[in-house]
Design a protein around this ligand. Sequence first.
Ligand SMILES: [Zn+2]
Length: 189
Amino acid sequence: MTRRSLLQGLLTGGLWSALTGRGEAAQAQVRDMKGVEELQKNWKSYLAEGYKAPLPTEPLKLSKEEWRKRLAPDAYKVLREEGTERAGTSPLDREKREGVFVCAGCDLPVYTSAMKYDSGTGWPSFFTTIPGVFETKTDRLLFIPRTEYHCKRCGGHHGHVFDDGPPPTGQRWCNNGVALKFVPKTGKT
Ligand SMILES: [Zn+2]
């Protein structure tokens, strides 16, 4: 390999992203807040054909026992008891197909695949959300207060939002994988 072709290879590959700091944002083709607003507005284009998405304004209220029956034990622990799954355990962290992530408790769509990025933390991470689907509150379980968020429809706990995400939002929605289900736009789950 000549010096020139090596340089070209580097520039067209990962190094270019690293140098310009555009890695993840470029992947999602979101360079400014206008792009983020577009993603939020057009989230339905990531839905599988025929998928009946519930609305955040249709509350799902169940008793503790009903939730226990409906959810797998690990999902119950996170969604109903504000637990946290072990980092690196969720296959959804590596999910790269086009589609929509919905709440595992109530099927409310909360993110599209275009809002996801690899934060390297071992938890599925997103730089923005479908609008109006989460409510936040301050969690003082640890010494430093954190912002916890939960599903507006069923009240299920999903994770915490931090301010060290990629530009342009700077947000990192750090989501427990067991609190989510992935609905691919095409093909089978
Ligand atoms: Zn929910």
